[in-house]
Design a protein around this ligand. Structure first.
Ligand code: KE4
Length: 425
């Protein structure tokens, strides 16, 4: 047995599914997960000393590659002062100043410890600010695992949703409406069917938890207009896209100002961090100023702040976005060329350093069309790449990430491997 197999056998006795987060278990692509003991640059080193080119980047945070010297030394220096204080600390002020400077729609910010905490708090804040209960979300968008957001479209799609997980009370699902992404008619109808009841609309402006879907022309602008007209809080969940696609995230690319934004991943530089921020009049409803309670023992953790500050300052210094987009296009073009030569239907939506692989001839514009892609063929492609040393996200409905460390040999090798993998299908 390999070391990973031995570790997985032990893990299965101790942790549900042998993992601490479900997607890591390889259930949708088959096979057993490998264990990683080290990571540097674009490379993961497995417990069996295999080196893999990493297209998951710890699900987004590693935009500078793994274990970047600047981030590593910032954490080491910060550790000299201890770990956690449970008091206000200078680093959280510096982090808040950076976020406010980079994201114009964010005037005030609250740090927390995960994307789930950020979106859960943003929903509660929208409800407290508007004194309304209903929330609109979109099928295929994932916002972490809080009860109000683990909801799928119900039969009465314009009225309420159904739980998308055991343990979520139907009463919670009643307050969440799930609509098709890119569907302006459904959006308009939902507001009309729930006058003065919609507290907020939450979405990934570029949904990246269903593969990668891009909004149709004008969709986000229309959403902004509708939320303003109905007094609903527009929440951009940029946990994944924030600082990934531009310093100001999708809202900078699309020139749209949401009322609230949730962040995570990159702002922690690889350590656990989440954040919500936005209009000061809404944010000031948060305790201790206002009546909406939100708290966290390790929120604004000085070491996580030091790590995130180093990551954000590096983004400011090197402005990697044009290079990252060029890397994304290079992978997309290699995949599409290989599929064309083989006569294989393939969609590769790509924006900046994010891309997805859909084995389908149908352009993917929402959850329903994403489900039409061939997940079994994706699983074969996933393993064909992994066998050759390239690790893609272990699901047909996730998004791959690139880092600045992929430039040069790593991207060349990865394109060769993916081309060979397509030919082997
Ligand atoms: P966390 O609670 O996992 O830090 O963040 C939840 C979250 C919120 N919003 C968006 C847009 C997200 O993508 C996420 C988490 N992303 C997944 C990757 N698809 C995390 C990976 C995992 O669950 O293990």
């Amino acid at each position: 047995m390999s070391v990973s197999e031995q570790l997985f056998a032990r893990a299965l006795q101790l942790m549900p599914g042998g993992v601490n987060s479900p997607v890591r278990a390889f259930r949708s692509v088959g096979g057993a997960p490998f264990f990683v003991k080290a990571a540097r640059g674009a490379t993961l080193v497995t417990a069996d000393d295999r080196e893999l080119i990493d297209f998951v980047c710890t699900w987004g945070p590693a935009i500078h590659g793994h274990n970047h010297p600047r981030i590593k030394s910032a954490i080491a220096a910060a550790l000299e002062n201890g770990t956690s204080f449970g008091t206000p600390n200078p680093s959280e002020v510096e982090m808040a100043e950076l976020i406010v400077r980079f994201v114009p729609s964010i005037r005030k910010v609250r740090m927390c410890n995960s994307g789930t905490e950020a979106t859960m708090s943003a929903v509660r804040l929208a409800r407290g600010f508007t004194q309304r209960d209903k929330i609109i979300k979109f099928a295929g968008c994932y916002h972490g695992h809080s009860d109000s957001l683990l909801i799928k479209a119900g039969s009465g799609a314009l009225t309420h949703g159904h739980p998308d997980s055991a343990g979520v009370p139907a009463a919670f699902a009643q307050e969440t409406i799930v609509l098709p992404f890119n569907d302006t008619a459904a959006l308009e109808a939902a507001f009309a069917a729930n006058p003065e009841k919609i507290a907020g609309v939450i979405l990934e402006p570029y949904p990246a938890n269903v593969g990668l879907i891009l909004p149709g022309p004008g969709f986000l602008q229309y959403l902004r207009t509708l939320c303003t007209a109905h007094g609903a809080v527009l929440i951009f969940d940029e946990v994944m896209t924030g600082f990934r696609l531009a310093r100001g995230g999708v809202q900078e690319l699309e020139q749209i100002r949401p009322d609230l934004t949730t962040l995570g991943k990159i702002i922690g530089g690889g350590l656990p961090v989440g954040a919500l921020g936005g209009r000061a009049d809404i944010m000031d409803c948060l305790a201790p100023l206002g009546p909406v309670y939100q708290a966290g023992t390790l929120s604004g953790h000085p070491r996580a702040m030091a790590s995130g500050i180093a990551a954000l300052r590096l983004l400011e210094e090197i402005n990697p976005y044009p290079r990252l987009d060029a890397l994304g296009r290079q992978v997309r073009d290699a995949l599409l060329a290989a599929a064309r030569r083989k006569g294989l239907p393939l969609q590769v939506p790509q924006v900046g350093s994010m891309l997805a692989v859909f084995f389908t001839a149908t352009p993917v514009r929402d959850y329903a069309t994403a489900l039409k892609s061939d997940a079994k063929l994706f699983a074969k492609f996933f393993h064909a790449c992994l066998d050759r040393g390239v690790y893609l996200p272990p699901s047909a409905y996730e998004t791959a990430f690139l880092s600045t460390a992929h430039e040069g040999a790593a991207i060349t090798r990865a394109c060769e491997v993916m081309t060979t993998a397509i030919n082997a299908l």
